[in-house]
Design a protein around this ligand. Structure first.
Ligand code: ASP
Length: 384
């Protein structure tokens, strides 16, 4: 079924009738299942205000800067890219662009993609090194080549040919976090980390103590991150982008979901847009973003579509656990995080998460750019 822009969801619902109602009932979240009130700040509000931005929590700063451009009529892809460029250039965000945590060799390798619903075209780059704005290079791949994806050296040369500067992306802060990981990851290699008391003793100033705390924070668990932004313009046109430095300490050459069209992002000018952050392998195996867009096409709301794909991810993780037992816990729940950000052509949005906690970012005319709580399928990791 093809959805015309600005068509109210209620119209689609009346067509699909009971089937969608049943799907909605089956979408009870982990919180609902436990009798707690679910967070459904934006669900079923049938908003049809334009324009709209939705994305990961770290997109809020960019949304505050560039939402007004969308209001004034800028193209959705221009605005989505402007939003993510803020974080690509921010050295203090260790999950995207400059300052991102490197691969196991200490090299920052970036993944990024853009997709434009107006033309149903896309471009992406994988394992791109030494270029500040991979989202811009992904756009160049879309607009200045007949290809969809360039990786590694080829992506770098393509960026350089289009005038992008060679930039060192590994900052001092990220290098120190990486070195600490390298030195503490095994007692069976030849690298030696300074003993803890020596390390603490060396940190005299508050800045040095803050640095140690930051390093420990990033080593406690494998902190990852990404930025996604989907945009719906006044015209009803959609576009999206996802950009990341990927999983920290990844095997050199690993490509995550972010540059995979259909996994880390997908949009269809007849339907809507979706994007992912979190465990890229799960987003690839579920083809999460395109699966969500297809569910929207069938009449599901953004929240219903997102939660349905997360339920599939849960079942897929249980099957994969036969080979990789660490993927699920004792209760059969995934041990990893995965979020989806979803936008329908009627302006409805959702942010959903596999294991709870956290916010997503949204901007629409009534309330402007802000954080909203993600709707969780399962309780947060560590909580029952
Ligand atoms: N999805 C990203 C990747 O797998 C990482 C993340 O969002 O945490 O590369």
């Amino acid at each position: 079924m093809t959805n015309a822009p600005k068509k109210p969801l209620s119209t689609r619902r009346s067509v699909l009738g009971a089937a969608v109602g049943l799907a909605a009932a089956a979408c009870a979240t982990g919180a609902e299942a436990r009798g707690k009130p679910a967070k459904r700040a934006l669900r079923n509000t049938a908003r049809r205000d334009f324009p709209v931005l939705v994305g990961s929590a770290n997109a809020l700063r960019g949304m505050k800067l560039y939402y007004q451009d969308l209001v004034l009529g800028s193209a959705p892809l221009d605005v989505a890219i402007d939003v993510v460029k803020v974080v690509e250039a921010d050295e203090t965000d260790h999950s995207v662009g400059k300052g991102g945590l490197p691969n196991e060799d200490g090299v920052v390798q970036l993944d990024s993609a853009v997709m434009d619903g107006r033309t149903h075209n896309a471009g992406s780059v994988g394992c791109l090194e030494n270029i500040l704005h991979p989202s811009l290079v992904a756009r160049l791949v879309m607009e200045r080549s007949d290809h969809i994806m360039l990786v590694g050296r080829g992506a770098y040369e393509f960026a350089r040919a289009h005038g992008h500067e060679h930039t060192e992306l590994l900052t001092e802060a990220s290098r120190k976090i990486w070195l600490r990981w390298k030195e503490t990851m095994s007692s069976k290699d030849d690298r030696l980390a300074p003993p803890e008391d020596q390390r603490q003793g060396r940190a005299k100033s508050s800045a040095e103590r803050a640095e140690l705390a930051l390093i420990d924070h990033y080593l406690e668990e494998r902190v990852t991150g990404t930025i996604h932004c989907s945009a719906l313009a006044i015209s009803g046109e959609v576009a999206c982008t996802t950009t990341t430095s990927g999983l920290s300490w990844k095997i050199p050459g690993r490509v995550g979901d972010s540059p995979i069209i259909g996994a880390g992002l997908y949009c269809d000018g007849e339907v809507g847009s979706a994007g992912a952050t979190g465990r890229g392998e799960a987003a690839i195996l579920s083809h999460g973003s395109s699966a969500i867009v297809e569910l929207l096409r069938g009449g599901a709301s953004p929240e219903e579509a997102g939660l349905e794909v997360l339920r599939r991810v849960t079942r897929q993780a249980r099957r994969a656990a036969a080979w990789q037992p660490g993927l699920v816990d004792g209760e059969g729940l995934p041990t990893f995080g995965l979020n989806f950000y979803v936008l329908g052509l009627d302006g409805q949005v959702a942010g959903v998460s596999l294991r709870g906690g956290g916010d997503y970012a949204v901007a629409e005319p009534e309330n402007g750019p802000r954080h909203e709580p993600l709707v969780a399928l399962h309780p947060p990791i560590g909580e029952k």
